[in-house]
Design a protein around this ligand. Structure first.
Ligand SMILES: Cc1cc2nc3c(=O)[nH]c(=O)nc-3n(C[C@H](O)[C@H](O)[C@H](O)COP(=O)(O)OP(=O)(O)OC[C@H]3O[C@@H](n4cnc5c(N)ncnc54)[C@H](O)[C@@H]3O)c2cc1C
Length: 417
């Protein structure tokens, strides 16, 4: 079923009886060419592009809960291509281009809103870094505008420019960045993959990975064994646990990231605003809620909720940058499990087990990577070669030390990236 203005009109006039479920609910088959573990944004995107780009449809996505119930439905939806280092720059640049056509491509409104991402800076040193980053973005072909203090004031006059601790010196504006509706992204990709014949199997936790003489042969699940020629692990915060089923120890730690949303307000924030020093970022959802967050909770955990010191830190940072937020009431908070790598950059690669592939290490920035990650992982699964946009996301870089991409210069401590 294609969505269109005509379809809406027709259904509206005939009682809305013609809408169909977005995807089927198939029972697992005994065997597939490719099994993808994880029905989050990246797993669904991989399935979609396997079918669309490579014509591979004997594919199953196995999800332990419901589609989109993981981080893809828990994030703060910021999409940007403002990376500094070769490897990351071209990948996120590719992703942004895919975002720009995604709604049309999927025939599903993912509510991609290019409202601009504004990174504030609060010192001369930060200004230098912002200028360097803006130049890297421009070289990559993306857009960046360095604003002085008055330039920032013109577009976001409600910030506290004279905070004694964090005075605002200016900002780096990335006009093509913005937000998208996270659920819609998961649902649109799921619908697109299902329509091309991919089986999306919910409530199907993978409990084991079958390996015979160094080659993957299938998976064990709570709904029985499923044979597969190739298996892709795309489980974000659970990457370490699932990879361990194949005897692999990943260079990944799982940490919690919290987010918060206020009561619905009239439109007040027209951009995404971030402040690195205090660890704070904010945007306004289409429903009117102020959606904001900060840094990781700083301890490793698989809990999908955060602790109070983490919440307090975010509220403090919010009050520093934007004191008027103190008048809004926080409606709810939640957390997600982040798959943190030692250099803060992702992994899309083969593993030492033949036929077993991994896509992980998205840290707290994997939502914006959703289309390009699926595109690149599908390419790897289909051709056994890395896609041109993701050649540096090697698993062995942490063993060899070659090709480390430490975007923020934070060193080898997972939770500082
Ligand atoms: C609070 C918060 C804010 C964030 N903000 C942003 C942001 O603004 N911008 C941005 O780019 N990124 C952001 N992120 C990060 C982003 O959400 C993640 O990096 C990205 O969603 C991870 O990929 P995914 O969508 O595939 O993960 P998930 O949606 O978590 O998918 C993984 C799936 O694997 C399933 N799974 C796990 N184990 C098994 C198993 N054994 N068998 C079967 N299935 C299994 C899980 O149930 C889950 O559905 C944020 C994350 C959080 C938590």
């Amino acid at each position: 079923m294609r969505f269109s203005g005509w379809q809406i009109l027709k259904e509206g006039l005939t009682g809305n009886h013609g809408w169909r479920p977005h995807w089927r609910d198939p029972a697992p088959k005994p065997e597939y060419d490719i099994v993808i573990i994880g029905g989050g944004g990246h797993g669904l995107s991989t399935a979609y592009y396997l079918a669309r780009e490579h014509g591979l449809t004997n594919v199953a996505v196995l999800e332990k809960g419901y589609l989109g119930g993981g981080n893809v439905g828990r994030n703060t939806t910021i999409v940007r291509a403002n990376y500094n280092l070769p490897g990351n720059s071209e990948f996120y640049s590719h992703s942004l281009k895919l975002w720009e056509g995604l709604s049309q491509d999927l025939n599903y409104n993912v509510m991609f809103s290019q409202r601009g991402v504004l990174n504030l800076f609060h010192s001369d040193g930060e200004r230098d870094y912002a200028a360097r980053r803006g130049n890297s973005m421009a070289i990559q072909g993306d857009d960046a505008v360095l604003l002085d203090r008055e330039g920032v004031r013109r577009i976001v006059p409600y910030l506290d420019f004279d905070n004694p601790r964090y005075p605002i010196h200016g900002g780096l504006l990335h006009p093509r960045g913005g937000t998208a509706r996270h659920d819609a992204v998961a649902w649109g990709l799921a619908r697109g993959a299902d329509a091309r014949g991919v089986d999306l199997i919910q409530n199907c936790e993978v409990t084991g990975i079958d390996i015979d003489r160094g080659r993957v042969t299938g998976v064990q699940t709570v709904r029985g064994p499923i044979r597969a020629k190739k298996v892709g692990i795309v489980v974000a915060g659970r990457s370490g646990q699932v990879a361990a089923m194949a005897g692999l120890r990943l260079p990944v730690e799982s940490h919690i990231l919290q987010a918060f949303v206020s009561e619905g307000l009239k439109p007040v924030i027209h951009h995404v605003i971030t402040s690195g020093v205090g660890h704070f970022y904010i945007s306004q959802s289409d429903k009117g809620g102020l959606v904001f967050g900060g840094a990781l909770d700083m301890y490793a955990s698989y809990a999908q909720r955060g602790n109070l010191p983490g919440a307090e830190h975010v509220m403090e940072a919010a009050m520093h940058v934007m004191p008027m937020i103190g008048k809004a009431r926080v409606l709810r908070s939640w957390g997600g499990i982040m798959d943190m790598t030692p250099d803060g950059s992702p992994i899309i690669d083969r593993t030492p087990v033949d036929g077993l592939y991994i896509d992980c290490g998205w840290n707290y920035g994997g939502f914006k990577a959703t289309p390009a990650s699926g595109f690149a992982f599908a390419h790897l699964l289909a051709t056994d070669r890395p896609h041109a946009s993701a050649t540096r996301f090697r698993l062995d870089r942490f063993r060899t030390g070659r090709g480390i991409m430490d975007e923020e210069g934070a060193g080898a401590q997972h939770n500082l990236h």
